[in-house]
Structure formats: C-alpha cells, structure tokens
Design a protein. Structure first.
Length: 191
C-alpha cells in the first residue's frame, strides 16, 4: 500500500492506527482469550461459548473494521463500535466472577474496564476532544502491565508447586494460596 500510494479510509494517522490496533486489537484479544479460558478454572463455571462468544468475537471484528474504515462512519458511531468489545468483555468477565461469588477475582475486572476507558480516550482525542491520546496509551499499557503482574503472581506459584510435586519435594506451598517461605523452610500463608 505504501508503494502504490494508497491511503486507508481511517481517521487515525499511521502511527496512531498501529498503536491502537496493537493495544486494543491484538493485546486486548489475547487478554480476552486468556481471561475467558482462565475464569472457568478460577470460578468453577462453564466457559463462555455459543452465541455469547460469537457476539464477543463479532464485536472485536467490528472494532477492527471500524478502526480501518472509520472515515466512512459518523464519529459517534465509530467510537461506540470501537469500545463495544472491551465494554462487553468487562461485562462478561464481571458476570462470570460475580455469579461464582469469587470475590478474590473481582479486581481482574478493573484493568479490563481501564482498557475500555483508555480506548475511549484515544478515540475522543482523534475526534478533537483535547490531547488525550497519550493518556489513553499510557492507561492501556498500565492496565496490561497490572494484568500481567496479577496473572503472573497466580500462575508462577502454581507452576512452581506443580514442579515441586513432580520432584516429590518435601515442603510444598499450599495449593491456590499466596505463600512465603518461613526461615525454617516451611511455607506459611501470607495474610
């Protein structure tokens, strides 16, 4: 497209479009995939599937099409189409966690909501409502890093415990608990 001099009908400049699609297209899809896979393990509920999952995938695709051809769409409709996926994802994640009464997992909803707000900030900036783009990118990166930290804080101990079990280690941390090693070598539950 660069050689032919073609221009996409998007309201984003090339750099903003690339950043937008990496954060809110690619990374948000990866987060959705992880959460929709992990939440059934965390809550004991059945995975999201069928028509609800199809709607979620369709909203993600709508956001990608909207981002690519947003010049042909009214600004307000473009913004709604763009933030529909993170909003729907936050609602579905929240519904699953609340329905399972899994209070421990409620904080997972916050970074997903922040990603939706960050995308809204970028969209509003593109439409001329101040210089919010950099705040949107920063908020999105912060939400992504928080999710990585929280999820890593859950998965790494689980993998470590599984590795210790395979090697028949004597002192094991409690399953599903955040724990620290006591100087005596025993694992103590962190309060």
């Amino acid at each position: 497209m660069l050689d032919a001099g073609l221009r996409l009908p998007t309201r984003f400049d090339p750099l903003t479009w690339h950043i937008h699609e990496m954060l809110f297209g690619f990374v948000l899809a990866a987060i959705a995939g992880f959460l929709l896979t992990a939440i059934p393990n965390w809550t004991g509920r059945r995975p999201v599937s069928g028509p609800l999952l199809a709607v979620l995938v369709s909203l993600w695709a709508l956001g990608r099409i909207d981002s690519l051809a947003s010049e042909w769409i009214s600004p307000s409709l473009a913004i709604v189409a763009d933030i529909a996926f993170p909003l729907a994802l936050a609602i579905i994640v929240g519904r699953e966690i609340v329905a399972a009464r899994s209070r421990r997992n409620i904080p997972i909803i916050v970074p997903v909501v922040v990603l939706g707000v960050a995308e809204l900030l970028v969209d509003l900036s593109i439409e001329g409502f101040g210089t919010l783009t950099s705040y949107g990118w920063r908020a999105a990166l912060a939400a992504i890093l928080i999710l990585i930290s929280v999820v890593g804080g859950r998965i790494v101990p689980s993998f470590t415990r599984n590795w210790l079990v395979k090697r028949k280690a004597g002192a094991l941390p409690p399953a599903g608990q955040f724990s620290i090693a006591h100087p005596s070598g025993r694992f103590m539950r962190r309060s």
